[in-house]
Write a protein that binds this ligand. Structure first.
Ligand code: UDP
Ligand code: MN
Length: 328
């Protein structure tokens, strides 16, 4: 007869019991750990808020710099998960005597802005050491690009400024970078065209961060006026017209420095570009037409009552001699 081994009932032996106990214990500890961690995060925020309020209250006595206060604010916002949207600032730049001075000025303004990604586009066949070194010194988040303006589109030394479009190829290179490196519905941000010779208040970037679709604000010292601005309806607060020194009847009579566009819009309209075909002085108007209508514009800077950017121009210096060994 064949021997059939008797089947034993499988009682958990001591070892199994120990493993189970360990598992339950481990699970329990994990839950406790998660609860503890959450409570710590909570108190971290409260602590940070207390710290922030105290530092702000005593900023004079503590001699805290604006930059330090910005950092504290940024830390606090990040902890709260209320990060500011990334501002993609696209800046065309070209070699001339004042370039380093201009870029020093604007990079040091950007150093006071926590949420900025600077897209610096050189009008050149090769990236220059001057710009490369300036970027390395700046500690900013920078994407460095270069693309040369076609020779026939380049402004001659004696030409008046209005004769040619400026910065077209470079702004388009910036747009191309955004569209090839960022993803619609994933990356969030606002795009601003930030020429290298204007003067920017750090307050402007707080306004740019508020842009939902297309935000607009006054620009100082432009178009023969002390400032160009938007005319708002007194009751609705919506844009109804433009106070502009030149062709105020353009669909959007706004300077390049006077608007910013949400990244979603930039990414969802890949055909929108600047172009040499556009009539002189119509780059802004035609570009904005891809994205919005006058009625939809979002007036910022305290309902367009504040000037936070100036269309300054730096005088071309007369250089009669070169001191060797100095990069200026
Ligand atoms: N720019 C450029 N190449 C040029 C001329 C200008 O890249 O040949 C850049 C310049 O550095 C600035 C932008 O294009 O960031 C607008 O130029 P500019 O300030 O001369 O124009 P305007 O203020 O007169 O409109
Ligand atoms: Mn300019």
């Amino acid at each position: 007869m064949k021997y059939v081994p008797e089947r034993h009932m499988e009682y958990p032996n001591n070892l199994d019991m120990k493993i189970r106990k360990c598992l339950v214990y481990f699970l329990g500890m994990s839950i406790l750990f998660i609860i503890w961690k959450l409570s710590v995060i909570e108190t971290d925020v409260e602590k940070l808020q207390f710290l922030k309020d105290t530092l702000y209250l005593n900023k004079e006595q503590l001699q805290l710099s604006h930059q330090q206060l910005i950092l504290i604010e940024h830390l606090y916002q990040t902890k709260l998960g209320k990060e500011l949207p990334m501002i993609y600032a696209v800046t065309p730049t070209y070699t001339r005597y004042v370039q380093k001075a201009e870029l020093t000025r604007i990079s040091q303004t950007l150093a006071l802005v926590p949420n900025v990604h600077w897209i610096l586009v050189e009008d050149s066949d090769e990236k220059t050491d001057l710009v490369r070194n300036l970027i390395a010194d700046s500690n900013l988040l920078v994407t460095h690009l270069n693309t040369k303006t076609p020779v026939i589109e380049k402004l001659g030394d004696k030409d008046p400024r209005w004769k040619k479009h400026r910065g077209v190829t470079q702004r388009n290179a910036g747009l191309k970078w955004l569209r090839s490196n960022l993803e619609l519905n994933k990356d969030k941000g606002v795009v601003y065209f930030m020429d290298d010779d204007n003067t920017y208040s750090t307050k402007l970037f707080k306004e740019i961060a508020k842009v939902k679709k297309v935000g607009v604000w006054p620009v100082g010292l432009v178009g023969g006026l002390n400032a160009e601005t938007l005319i708002l309806d007194q009751h609705t607060g919506k844009v109804v017209g433009y106070r502009s020194g030149w062709k105020a009847d353009r669909k959007f009579a706004i300077d390049m420095a006077g608007f910013a566009i949400n990244l979603d819009l930039i990414l969802s309209k890949p055909e929108a570009q600047f172009s040499y075909e556009m009539e002189k002085g119509f780059q802004e108007s035609e570009f904005l037409s891809y994205f919005t209508s006058k009625e939809e514009l979002e007036p910022l800077a305290d309902n367009c009552t504040k000037v936070y950017v100036w269309h300054t121009r730096t005088e071309k210096p007369v250089v009669k001699g070169i001191v060797p060994g100095l990069e200026v």
